[in-house]
Design a protein around this ligand. Structure first.
Ligand SMILES: [Mg+2]
Length: 243
């Protein structure tokens, strides 16, 4: 039993029909690997950008967004060569990938359906999250922006997840570390919880996520575990008094 092994009690939610997790920066500590790979590869092409700057500039976007930013920085000529080198560094770096501390226990303790909704490609998801045991905790319910017309911040991806599970959007909870993900949740009519990894280099991150529509913000997995029942109660209140 995963709960017994973790020594943690189940998280019982009465009103939530589906918990939708973002992947990068919520489930897996991939942002630091991606930022370092971007910083080093940009450096090879004469663009000075620290890993923290790359983290602030690139995280949370779809891969098309990253391409567009790099096109601005590098022009079109070197772009294919740049992305070939970046991909080599990124996927090599995933050898050191770890789950965000404590998040696996939270996912396994949930007593309701859960899935992943990520702006990353299916290719990247299988080579990042797919390397870890955490993948099994989602039983194949991993959804990529590849599957919809518009990535986050459009609501397409969270709405696809709700439809797949037959869940009402107003009873879905989205956990995301980026403004794009929070905006997508709000646009889908879902309850958004902002997630901030302890040690995130970006300043005032909880305030940023609240400004984009996060109703709650959890700083780390233990805070998320404590907050989910509160979010569940909030959904229950809203059902009784939608006005
Ligand atoms: Mg993210």
């Amino acid at each position: 039993m995963a709960d017994a092994r973790a020594g943690r009690s189940p998280i019982r939610l009465a009103h939530v029909e589906l918990v939708i997790f973002d992947c990068d920066g919520v489930l897996i500590d991939s942002e630091s690997i991606a930022s370092l790979a971007l910083s080093e590869t940009l450096g090879e092409f004469g663009v000075v950008m620290t890993p923290d700057e790359a983290h602030a500039r690139f995280t949370g976007g779809a891969e098309e967004d990253t391409r567009a930013h790099c096109r601005e920085l590098l022009g079109t000529t070197a772009l294919d060569e740049f992305f070939a080198l970046y991909a080599k560094r990124l996927y090599g770096g995933f050898r050191n990938l770890r789950e965000v501390e404590g998040i696996g226990d939270v996912v396994r303790a949930l007593d309701c359906p859960r899935c992943v909704a990520s702006n990353s490609s299916l290719y990247r998801l299988t080579r990042s999250l797919g390397r870890l045991d955490l993948w099994q905790a989602f039983a194949g319910q991993v959804f990529s922006a590849d599957l919809v017309a518009r990535p986050k911040p459009a609501p397409d991806l969270p709405l696809l997840c709700a439809a797949e599970f037959g869940a009402h959007p107003a009873r879905c909870v989205v956990i995301d570390d980026s403004p794009h993900g929070i905006e997508a949740a709000v646009a889908a009519g879902m309850l958004a919880i902002g997630f901030v990894e302890p040690g995130d280099p970006r300043p005032s991150r909880p305030d940023v996520l609240r400004r984009h529509g996060a109703r709650f913000v959890a700083e780390g997995s233990d805070a998320l575990r404590a907050l989910l029942p509160e979010a569940d109660a909030w959904l229950g209140e809203r059902r009784r008094d939608p006005g």
